[in-house]
Ligand binder design. Structure first.
Ligand code: ADP
Ligand code: MG
Length: 923
């Protein structure tokens, strides 16, 4: 039946389900309890007239979560029934809140007209049924979805092949767009794959859901974990289910799926059917994704590099926010997907870059295309709502607008004479694949102003269907007759304030002030008024004539709506028939949007096209940090570009090789260099490290990069870690996190990886930390042999260059000026001679007495340093300090440090760091 059919409120929410003697259960409560029991893990939205009501514990939970009033209504088995409700028209907003808070909601509708229930007998309850489960991974409403991001539902499967080998797979689907993918996750790859896909909801078998590792991987990406019974993951029926859904005999045409992938895909379909209550969304056939095609980026690296959100969780300030110049929601989603999964195949990357290049080269084309794109609505999401019978007139109009824009851009592209082999050429054909008739038909049928819901009617354009125009004329005519009737009655009764009104309960009625009522009793003007209702200050009447008119009017309105709904279904049917063409057009538009958007970015921010190949080169000239650069720009400051060269060749930072010539070692993919960056705090070490990782990711995603020139041999993985990340909230010591993550890199980074380690070892005592950093560098140099950037404040490590041939020392240039440091943010060869910590502390506003004292301590330390071998226990700062200055009358350094602390100004993390420091100072 039609979901949107209006159901009149006859069971008034105010007096149900109340009023029974204690111990007795009303028929409605009986129905409620039964439906509630069938949906145990959801909040139940129980439809009553124009409200969704929640009862019992649901009411308590929802009223708290939504901040709405909790009331009580009657008793159930002697207990008060808690209740709260949300009005239908605002239900989406409440749903969105609940979903965001991690709840699942079962939406229970009235499935018959209350009049039908009354016909069955006085006590009959309106039939109701759950028409849909709303879960984070299965939403389709525009208002519940984020426009620029996919909303993936994923299923995670672990099984074994016939030979007993373990098999891992992830399948994911966005029912709001129809995308459907599967991937063989490989043994250790599940977490990284989850981090890449970032589903909102992950389905797993009960058994898997109990495993801590699975829980933590799902938790890390902030997704909802939905455990399901084993029956959902039945290997025997998986293929049949998939074939059945896509109406094919075999899945071979779609790809060569593993058993685990089939099970994951089938579990998704079963769950989608369950939540959509047997409505079938339109999905694209599953596409197999090969994780090896994509750069591997684990969750920690993604978080660390702030690809999609900053460490503090905000979208603005992320890499995506900095580079997104797309004009459409679908374009934004495609860009996000590309950034989440950079490619490894130089040829495929080149094709993307070539598309960007064309739009860089042709600014007029870029501008025209972007103007046309700005008018493109979210076609695929409209298509999906229509497919689930949840669409409205505006969704039809979205299809129209999308097709029209596709056609106009296609004409523009054809006029451009793009070379036949160019990657943009096939897109032009796809833009026009749906043909023109559907768009023309939609344009003729739909009015300019459209209601959200089809049941509101009034969306079919006048002149489109003669039958409808005739009924509408009749309806409008009757309205005029009512107005005339009101004037006539007012005149006949001599009551100026007489009004003919309408409501859902009474229909049309005559209303007069209570004082005038007697005048109507005497059949004024020969009209017989019969009484209908007495209100506080008014009386309501009807007449035979009015009742007849009412019949005519409501009949006409009903007929008009019926015709409109028929037109809607015809149009939706035409859309369904043209689905493939609509999808092709939408996909081509999204691709153009990404290419033109990246070109816009490249021109506006002065990015260059990177050279990408299969070598092991990594040479960036004048590289910049895309996010920091834009932030500085906003405050009128300039970012200082820096070079890096991590390729296998022997050329160091200052060497300028012939343009375009990869040296032989690079080409043969020899081991990469390890750059060790030293320099004071705030000099720009972390920024430099990250910018190199971001340049690699941008380049392999198919974007131009913030640099003067860049040559990158594809990186199959990027790992990025920062020492002593603050992870107290998750209950692990920061140092433990640091070591777990460092271990992951040392164990996993292959020769094609790019590794960024920022102050690893900072989270523990000096010598521990130094030793760990030391050993990690040796391991990276000797075993991983990958391209590496390592920032450290342990100057002792620079000595490693003597032993490790591919270790390059680089440092951040600083200038000292009248006792202050000036950061030049320039990376230069060599080691930092000192850390300027005291100068930085002074800049930070440490009391001058402390700064003075620190200088004294440092002087003595430096003096003692020269007389002792490096890296002995005697180097521990305070032993040395005490030994050399036993008679110094100043207070103990721990006391001095204590005095310098202002507890009110410390963050919890800083407080903890101070505590460690004091402990160390105290010996
Ligand atoms: P470090 O890791 O050495 O302590 P950061 O990388 O955190 O230093 O940089 C500190 C600040 O310096 C950054 O927030 C940024 O504002 C500025 N900065 C860093 N690198 C540059 C640069 N290349 N050009 C201009 N400003 C920079
Ligand atoms: Mg830093």
């Amino acid at each position: 039946m039609d979901q949107h059919k209006p159901v009149a409120a006859s069971e008034d929410r105010r007096d149900a389900p109340a009023g029974e003697a204690p111990g007795r259960v009303t028929p409605m409560m009986e129905q409620y309890v039964e439906i509630r029991a069938a949906n145990p893990d959801c909040l139940l939205f129980y439809r009553m007239g124009d409200f969704y009501e929640l009862f019992f514990d649901d009411a308590v939970t929802a009223s708290r979560a939504l901040g709405i009033t909790l009331t009580r209504r009657g008793k159930h088995l002697g207990e008060d029934i808690s209740m709260c409700g949300v009005p239908i028209h605002a239900a989406d907003d409440y749903l969105q809140k609940l979903i965001a808070l991690g709840y699942r909601v079962a939406v229970c509708e009235q499935t018959e007209d209350p009049a039908e229930a009354r016909r069955r007998g006085g006590k009959s309850v309106v039939r109701r049924a759950v028409t849909r489960l709303v879960t984070p991974g299965t939403i389709t409403e525009e208002r519940l979805l984020e426009a620029g991001r996919n909303n993936f539902l994923a299923a995670l499967v672990r099984t074994s092949t016939s030979s007993g080998a373990p098999e891992h797979a992830l399948a994911w689907v966005d029912i709001s767009t129809g995308e459907f993918r599967t991937a063989d996750a490989g043994a250790g790859g599940t977490a990284a794959l989850l981090a890449r896909v970032e589903p909102r909801e992950v389905l797993v078998a009960d058994r898997l859901a109990a495993e801590a590792e699975v829980r933590s991987a799902v938790d890390q990406i902030g997704a909802a974990l939905t455990p399901l019974p084993a029956a959902y993951f039945d290997g025997g029926s998986a293929e049949t289910r998939l074939c059945g859904f896509f109406e094919v005999k075999s899945l071979e045409a779609f790809g060569n799926f593993t058993r685990a992938e089939l099970i994951a895909g089938a579990a998704l379909l079963a769950y989608v059917e369950k939540t959509q209550v047997s409505k079938r969304p339109r999905l694209e056939p599953p596409r197999r994704d090969l994780p090896s095609d994509h750069m591997r980026l684990d969750a920690a690296t993604r978080a660390n590099l702030e690809l999609f959100r900053t460490i503090s969780g905000s979208r603005s300030g992320s890499l995506l926010a900095a580079i997104d110049r797309t004009c459409t929601a679908a374009g934004a989603r495609l860009l996000a997907e590309r950034l989440a999964s950079p490619l490894c195949d130089p040829g495929a990357i080149e094709r993307r870059l070539e598309s960007v290049q064309l739009f860089v080269n042709r600014p007029a084309l870029r501008a025209d295309v972007r103007v046309a794109l700005a008018a493109v609505p979210d076609t695929v999401r409209a298509l999906s709502r229509l497919g689930l019978d949840r669409g409205g007139p505006r969704d039809l109009d979205s299809i129209r607008a999308g097709l029209e824009a596709g056609r106009s851009i296609q004409r523009r592209l054809v006029g451009e004479q793009i070379a036949p082999g160019h990657p943009l050429t096939p897109l032009a054909a796809e833009l026009a694949q749906a043909g023109d008739t559907l768009a023309e038909n939609l344009a003729e049928a739909l009015d300019a102003e459209l209601p959200l819901l089809k049941r509101d009617g009034g969306f079919v354009r006048r002149g489109f269907r003669g039958e409808l125009d005739a009924v509408r004329a009749l309806r409008d005519e009757s309205r005029r007759v009512i107005a005339a009737l009101q004037a006539r009655y007012a005149e006949a009764c001599g009551i100026k304030g007489l009004k003919i009104r309408h409501n859902n309960m009474l229909g049309y009625f005559v209303e007069v002030g209570a004082g005038h009522a007697p005048a109507l009793a005497g059949e004024p003007g020969g009209v017989a008024f019969f009484h209908r209702q007495t209100m506080a200050g008014a009386m309501r009447f009807s007449t035979a004539e009015l009742a007849e008119l009412e019949q005519e009017i409501s009949g006409a309105a009903e007929r008009a709506l019926a015709i409109e709904l028929r037109v809607f279904d015809e149009l939706a049917g035409a859309v369904a028939a043209a689905e493939a063409g609509i999808r092709a057009c939408a996909a081509a538009l999204a691709e153009l949007d990404v290419a033109a958007g990246l070109a816009e970015l490249a021109v506006a921010e002065e990015y260059v096209r990177p050279r990408i190949d299969g070598s092991s080169a990594f040479r960036i000239e004048g590289g910049r940090h895309p996010i920091v650069e834009q932030a500085l720009k906003r405050s009128g400051q300039r970012f200082v570009g820096n070079d890096s060269d991590l390729g296998a060749s022997a050329d160091g930072i200052a060497v300028d090789p012939a343009p375009g010539s990869a040296t032989e070692t690079e080409a043969s993919g020899g081991p990469g260099k390890v750059w060790l960056i030293t320099g004071p705090n705030m000099a720009g070490k972390s920024t430099f490290l990250r910018q190199n990782a971001l340049v690699a990711i941008l380049a392999q995603a198919g974007s131009f990069v913030p640099a003067r020139a860049a040559h990158i041999g594809v990186c199959d993985a990027v790992f990025s870690r920062v020492g002593a990340a603050d992870d107290l909230a998750r209950g692990r010591s920061t140092f433990m996190v640091e070591m777990v993550e460092t271990a992951a890199i040392l164990n996993q980074a292959g020769p094609r990886a790019l590794v960024i380690l920022d102050e690893i070892g900072r989270g523990t005592a000096t010598f521990d930390g130094l030793s760990i950093a030391w050993a990690a560098i040796e391991h990276l140099h000797e075993v991983n042999r990958c391209r590496t950037l390592f920032a450290t404040h342990y100057h002792e490590l620079t000595g490693l260059a003597a032993k490790l041939p591919r270790l390059v020392n680089a440092t951040m240039r600083v200038k000292e000026w009248k006792g202050d440091v000036v950061f030049l943010h320039e990376v230069v060869p060599g080691a930092a001679d000192r850390s300027y910590g005291i100068q930085v502390a002074k800049l930070a506003g440490l009391p001058s007495s402390v700064v003075r004292r620190a200088r004294q301590v440092l002087d003595s330390l430096e003096r003692s340093d020269r007389s002792r071998p490096r890296l002995t226990v005697d180097d521990l700062p305070l032993f040395a300090s005490r030994a050399s200055e036993p008679t110094e009358a100043a207070p103990h350094p721990a006391l001095a440090a204590l005095a310098a602390i202002n507890p009110d100004e410390l963050s919890p993390k800083e407080a903890l760091e101070r505590l460690y420091e004091l402990k160390r100072l105290g010996g």
